[in-house]
Design a protein around this ligand. Structure first.
Ligand code: AMP
Length: 287
């Protein structure tokens, strides 16, 4: 496994690998590090599908708001490298902020529509930061396949829209959410949770399970407002859960929907704060 810090070195190594082998499938997994089994599952999917697997670890300042957790975002370089190695990753790209943004960027990639709800509303500028850094990383790596987790379902919708609009020749591969045994979706931010918060955070996955059952029981017709009400009531069982949003939207368009039977698929998307920690989770229902 090679660890590369500079863009020009990474380009050179990929160029050499492509020259050495005509039909090289390059798989790319962009992350912010503090890797867990969710990240590992993306690397494993890439390993199965691709000849060269590249992981990037970069905590992108552009996607954090002024009052967010950029300065305290958890980091553990040594453990990250061990996780990467265990999944058979070929290259870890570990740039500094200076390497990625030697000058303040004057170009921002901004996707409209799909960014206008959910985290797009509660984290203004977040998806501009994501779309911009992913564009930069795609330009640096030029992958054939890029692997993203459905944990960030809106992020996948945004990136797919961007790739389609800009004719980027990369295939986006969505990978399913990896959870703890008790249901909590794995997240680098779970380390912030105090024991009481960790326990109460289970209300997220249990709300989604309840919602799936609710949908099954209302096969005939189902209004988004009805389901949303049931989900919010479920989350309110936790005395410390502070709902940022609990929304039901068509997926992947993220357009508002009234009659859930009128769309082929919809998302139940949650963002809930436990103390200072904001967690997200979702499930997608396809008829
Ligand atoms: P992050 O490091 O949080 O930016 O995440 C990097 C990638 O890992 C994104 O594509 C995430 O959607 C994905 N990811 C994070 N948590 C999970 C999870 N629990 N299951 C699957 N993928 C995940």
């Amino acid at each position: 496994m090679q660890i590369i810090h500079h863009i020009k070195d990474l380009r050179q190594v990929i160029k050499e690998a492509r020259n050495a082998r005509g039909e090289l499938r390059v798989g790319f997994v962009p992350t912010m590090g503090y890797l867990h089994q969710g990240h590992a599952s993306l690397l494993e999917a890439a390993r199965k599908q691709c000849d060269l697997v590249i992981l990037s670890i970069f905590v992108n300042p552009l996607q954090f708001g002024p009052n967010e957790d950029l300065s305290r975002y958890p980091r553990d370089e040594e453990r990250d490298l061990a996780v990467a190695k265990a999944t058979g990753t070929d290259i870890v790209f570990f740039p500094t902020v200076q390497e990625m943004y030697p000058n303040p960027t004057k170009t921002i990639v901004s996707v409209s529509g799909v960014t206008e709800r959910l985290c797009g509303t509660s984290r203004p500028g977040h998806f501009d930061g994501v779309a911009t850094v992913v564009t930069k990383l795609f330009n640096i790596v030029q992958p054939d396949f890029a692997f993203f987790g459905m944990k960030d379902a809106q992020q996948i919708a945004v990136i797919q829209q961007m790739v389609d609009d800009l004719n980027n020749p990369v295939e986006i591969v969505p990978c399913k959410i990896v959870r703890e045994e008790d249901g909590l979706a794995l997240s680098s931010r779970n380390v912030y949770l105090q024991p009481e918060e960790r326990e109460q955070a289970l209300v997220l996955s249990s709300a989604l399970k309840m919602a799936e059952k609710f949908v099954q029981e209302h096969e005939g017709s189902l209004q988004a407002a009805e389901l949303q009400e049931a989900v919010k009531r479920h989350i309110a069982q936790s005395s410390i859960a502070e709902i940022d949003y609990a929304d039901i939207l068509a997926y992947p368009s993220l357009e508002q929907v009234t009659d859930l039977r009128s769309v082929p698929a919809f998302i139940i998307a949650l963002a809930v704060k436990f103390g200072k920690t904001r967690l997200i989770d979702n499930t997608i229902i396809r008829w």
